[in-house]
Design a binder for this molecule. Structure first.
Ligand code: GDP
Length: 375
């Protein structure tokens, strides 16, 4: 129904705006259009395009971002009409990844994904426009290589692939050297609190901030709970419609997940779209053949979740926002998942004892099956 559709598209655009903010942009206006089949030339319809065009002109807008993936031809056509830079969701995410890649490994992965995105778009129109404006979407390759011909880009792609394969081998050996410790991976949608949780339980100092994709590189820490040591990893967050180029080039970062014995799937319960987030994460787990691993669902940010209650007096009906108690959480559908659901606040350190206990039990179980004679 229409109301739900509007609610959904608002939430999608909220997320896109958050992505734009993470990339360093400031959003001046938002447009939506409901169409069954996108226009093959310009994605949106002519009337809507005119609306956007007027807005761009009136407000001197430098960049227009689409939430969906545009074909190279669509992107070019729209740029021609709007006379400004046009990005789609994929290129925006790639840009954020480029800004956030810290190690040479992550940088190589991002570079590969960028070139793969760039290849069909080489005959770009806005390259000359770009040089004057700069800004979002132009970090990494792009500026100098964009005019060079496809062959050079293809060569570069195969070179980067070789470089990654080489590092992959080294990382594989490193992982092999970690011995027989049980391996636990923190996974979840971006910005749900994985790094915060990692910091609290491993007393480390991983970078956490309220932006998307603060973490690109995998961090692995040795954690001990009740004399039982295990390895805990925190890796790149997942997101709805994660560009396929990225999933592919981040495959080895995702190996950490693939090779884990236990997954801690962290969910931001205070986010209106958390159920969809869970579905996006599960979809990627499926793609990397990790959906069947033992998993603990960690519902985080219970401090930030409020629900409306209506308190009726004889005369006045009052709405107020309340926090759920742990008992109440256990009665929600999430609580009914069973023993494998936990409700915590990593920030306020609420219910972390329960968390430690559950993780301990699960790790111990794996440990015992692995070394039946030592226990
Ligand atoms: P990651 O992307 O999943 O690693 O998420 P981060 O650990 O970087 O956290 C994202 C944001 O959520 C940061 O601003 C954290 O301070 C915040 N955050 C993390 N845990 C909680 C929590 O339990 N409650 C609240 N209210 N905020 C949290």
């Amino acid at each position: 129904n229409q109301e739900q559709d509007e609610e959904k598209s608002k939430e999608y655009l909220d997320e896109l705006e958050f992505l734009a903010f993470t990339a360093g942009g400031q959003v001046e206006g938002r447009f939506t259009q409901k169409i069954d089949i996108p226009n093959p030339k310009t994605f949106i319809g002519t009337g809507k395009m005119e609306e956007v065009e007027n807005f761009v002109k009136a407000n001197d807008i430098g960049t227009v971002i689409f939430d969906d993936e545009l074909s190279p031809a669509q992107q070019k056509n729209i740029e021609r009409i709007l006379r400004c830079k046009v990005l789609d969701r994929t290129s925006l995410i790639l840009d954020i990844f480029a800004q956030r890649a810290q190690t040479s490994y992550a940088r190589t992965q991002v570079e590969l994904a960028q070139y793969q995105y760039l290849l069909p778009r080489l005959a770009g129109l806005w390259t000359h426009l770009e040089r004057q404006r700069g800004g979002i979407g132009m970090r990494g390759p792009g500026e100098t290589e964009i005019e060079t011909d496809r062959r050079i880009v293809r060569d570069r792609i195969s070179l980067l692939k070789k470089k990654l394969a080489k590092i992959d081998k080294q990382m594989e050996t490193q992982r092999g050297n970690r011995g027989a410790l049980v391996r636990v991976a923190l996974i979840g949608y971006t910005n749900v609190g994985k790094s915060t949780l990692m910091n609290v339980i491993s007393k480390s100092n991983v970078f956490a901030e309220n932006k998307l994709f603060a973490t690109l590189d995998t961090t692995v820490r040795k954690v001990v709970i009740g004399n039982l040591p295990f390895l805990l990893s925190d890796t790149v967050g997942f997101i709805r419609k994660l560009p396929t180029q990225l999933v592919e080039s981040f495959k080895s970062t995702l190996d950490e997940v693939r090779e884990a014995d236990l997954l801690l799937h962290v969910v931001d319960i205070s986010h209106p779209n958390f159920e969809e987030h869970i579905a996006s994460v599960n979809k990627i787990l499926d793609e990397i053949e990790s959906a069947d691993k033992p998993t603990i669902m960690v519902f985080n940010k219970i401090d930030a979740y409020t629900h409306e209650t209506i308190e009726e007096d004889d005369l006045i009906t009052e709405k107020s926002s309340k926090h759920f108690t742990l008992e109440e959480w256990k009665n929600t559908w999430m609580g009914k998942i069973g023993d494998n659901a936990l409700f915590i606040s990593a920030l306020n350190k609420e219910n972390l004892e329960d968390f430690r206990k559950k993780v301990y039990q699960a790790v111990r179980e794996i440990h015992v099956t692995r070394f039946p004679y030592n226990n």
